[in-house]
Design a protein around this ligand. Structure first.
Ligand SMILES: Nc1nc2c(ncn2[C@@H]2O[C@H](COP(=O)(O)OP(=O)(O)OP(=O)(O)O)[C@@H](O)[C@H]2O)c(=O)[nH]1
Ligand SMILES: [Mg+2]
Length: 632
């Protein structure tokens, strides 16, 4: 199936053409039929000679109903651009073309209607010239009369060629069905209809309804009036929903696959260049200022954008407050959250422009007061702009990004992202997680590795009593959201043990602590002794033989390689905590002799160690000389 929307000025024959093609009346309302005017979206379909089915979304041409037109054309890949032979290019011809261009629609046909009333030549030439300059480019043009039937076979053939050449959307793409109608059928319950641009909805699927994110079950599917097991984008679909009442369901809501979209009300976008950019600048005096198509002024001064714009995507629209960043980049704060991906294209209109625009004449060949801007969503979860200069910095972040940002772009800005969050942003390809589902910017991760080493060393120097830096303290110091990231960062000589980051082995890697190599070597040997007997402090002879004098011991203690218990007594870092743990296992209070025995050491080592623990508040010496462990 293909879905094609009509476009064109009021009364140019869009609905009549669809009636002639399909035998169905797209004007559904009594009021529309009475007034001969399309107000809301209409739907009709046919099977082409090739067998391909085409669904049409018929839009109103009247300028008052442009928002309805936008809702209809928003999610479709192709248009039938209608111009009446007897009227030629008119204001809403230009406005609808600007919309099509802003949406980036690349496929379509030009249909010059009412050619029984006038020579189609001039209208055709005029329209072709206008269309050529847009995303549609060169299109096939067909002149028709709905009254005489002239040109209709040629139009059907052209539709077949168009339908056959349209890209086939990914059936596995995440589902986002923009609701354009919601109603209830007695006995069946709630039904929503919409255009599914890509992906697949099966009968029985569970989707969520934005913005409430309430889960709904697809009870049954109809497409083009027929029951169906599934709808595969691109298609028109009517979904009968379980678990939701008709109340509160409106156009602009979307049915989405859980976890595949980011509901957001703050986005960073790139305003794309084009004729439409001229619309949002004051009109230059004749003969000066940028010609249409030059967006130089916008490039330099996004502050000229109105403070608020209306944002359209799919069948949705909301008010967007504009916060200029720099250049073409702006932040939009949306009045209502929308399910968005990076790379999404949104359309921006100046609601004030409709009141001020000329409304009457358009000279041939001139692009009439384009009223829409197109923007590409670059970030659906941009960091807040807190500091002064943050706007310029934010623009610098995203200025070099492609229109379809990749994981590496987003990670450079966000530093850390969960793979699931990235998927909800619309990016499924990503580098290997650093742990669990955490993805990290490589440069940031390298800085973190260094940062953790510094934090652990500084901690060891500051608090030689503790055996290492607790994971949570490290997490806080590095401002990380998850302890597992700290564990993933620890690499030799750091290691994770007992919920702490410790310096592994007998000290830091050679030279890492910044001590003379001979001193570090001596310390390594000493630490090997202490690994075997943790509370047997080396005696004076041993220290002298190793060349460890008072200054050397002090230096080693400062960088956390040794624990200096007293002038004569040195142990390995962490010996104090280890001793506290052992002593806590004794019956409290305990004597110095009990402690010496439990620690399997000599009185010479045990007494200074106990006094050290007293000073550190780990043990407390009672008036009767016995001790209790206060904390460990
Ligand atoms: N003579 C003649 N009249 C036509 C032709 N096509 C449409 N009309 C008439 O033009 C008028 C407008 O036609 P519609 O089909 O309602 O136009 P529309 O583009 O759908 O208008 P909106 O939906 O309001 O924008 C009607 O009176 C039609 O009968 C045609 O090929 N020949
Ligand atoms: Mg109509």
């Amino acid at each position: 199936m293909q879905v094609i929307a009509t476009a064109g000025h009021v009364d140019h024959g869009k609905s009549t053409l669809l009636r002639a093609l399909t035998g169905m009346d797209p004007d559904r309302w009594e009021e529309e039929r009475r007034r001969g005017l399309t107000i809301d979206l209409g739907f009709a379909w046919l099977t082409l000679p090739s067998g391909e089915q085409v669904a049409f979304v018929d839009v109103p041409g009247h300028e008052r109903f442009v928002p309805n037109m936008l809702a209809g054309v928003g999610p479709v890949p192709a248009v039938l651009f209608v111009v009446a032979a007897d009227e030629g290019w008119m204001p809403q011809s230009a406005e609808h073309l600007a919309v099509v261009d802003a949406l980036g629609i690349r496929s379509g046909l030009l249909v010059v209607t009412r050619c029984d009333l006038a020579d189609p030549g001039p209208a055709l030439a005029q329209a072709t010239a206008q269309i050529r300059a847009t995303s549609l480019g060169e299109v096939t043009a067909v002149a028709v009369s709905a009254v005489t039937g002239a040109g209709l076979p040629a139009l059907l053939a052209a539709l077949d060629r168009l339908a056959g050449g349209l890209p086939v959307p990914d059936p596995g793409a995440p589902v986002r069905l923009w609701v354009d109608r919601a109603f209830s059928i007695s006995g069946a319950g709630t039904v929503v209809t919409g255009t599914l641009p890509a992906g697949t909805v099966h009968r029985g699927d569970e989707l969520v309804m934005t913005p409430s994110m309430r889960p709904v079950r697809v009870r049954s599917i109809q497409s083009l009036g027929q029951s169906a097991e599934m709808a595969v984008g691109v298609s028109r679909a009517a979904l009968n929903l379980r678990g939701v009442s008709r109340d509160g369901l409106t156009r602009g809501m979307a049915l989405v696959q859980a976890g595949r979209w980011t509901m957001t009300d703050v986005i960073d976008v790139r305003i794309t260049a084009g004729d439409a950019c001229a619309a949002l600048r004051p009109d230059p005096a004749p003969g000066e200022g940028p010609a249409p198509g030059q967006d130089a002024a916008l490039d330099q001064d996004p502050a000229r954008l109105p403070r608020t714009l209306t944002l359209h995507i799919g069948s949705a629209r909301t008010v967007a407050r504009v916060r200029p960043l720099a250049g073409q980049h702006v932040r939009l704060i949306l009045a209502d959250p929308l399910p968005l991906h990076v790379g999404d294209r949104v359309l921006l209109r100046d609601p004030g422009a409709a009141r001020t625009r000329p409304g009457s004449h358009v000279s041939p060949g001139q692009t009439a007061w384009p009223t829409v801007l197109s923007a590409i969503v670059l970030d659906v979860a941009p960091p807040p702009l807190a500091r002064r200069g943050a706007a310029a910095a934010a623009a610098r972040d995203i200025a070099g990004w492609p229109d379809q940002p990749a994981a590496s772009d987003l990670l450079r800005r966000h530093l850390l992202l969960r793979a699931s969050a990235l998927l909800a942003m619309g990016v499924s390809e990503h580098p290997e997680p650093v742990t669990g589902e955490w993805l990290a910017d490589p440069g940031y991760w390298r800085r973190l590795v260094g940062g953790l080493g510094e934090a652990v060393t500084a901690h060891a120097a500051r608090e030689p009593l503790t055996p290492g830096l607790p994971l949570d303290a490290a997490r806080a110091a590095l401002r990380l959201p998850d302890r597992r990231l700290v564990e993933a960062l620890a690499r030799p000589p750091l290691r994770v043990q007992d919920g702490m980051i410790q310096i592994a082995g007998h000290g830091l890697a050679a030279g890492a602590a910044g001590l003379p190599e001979s001193l570090e070597a001596a310390i390594r040997i000493l630490r090997a002794d202490l690994a075997r007997a943790p509370f047997a402090a080396p005696d004076a002879d041993r220290l002298r033989n190793l060349g460890l004098d008072v200054q050397g011991i002090a230096a080693a203690a400062r960088v956390g390689l040794l624990l200096r218990v007293s002038d004569q007594i040195v142990l390995a870092p962490g010996a104090d905590a280890k001793a506290a743990g052992i002593l806590a296992g004794l019956q409290q209070p305990f004597t110095a002799a009990d402690a010496r025995q439990a620690l399997n050491t000599t009185r010479r080592s045990a007494i200074p160690l106990l006094e050290y623990l007293d000073r550190a508040g780990i043990t407390e010496r009672l008036p009767d000389d016995r001790r209790i462990v206060r904390r460990h």
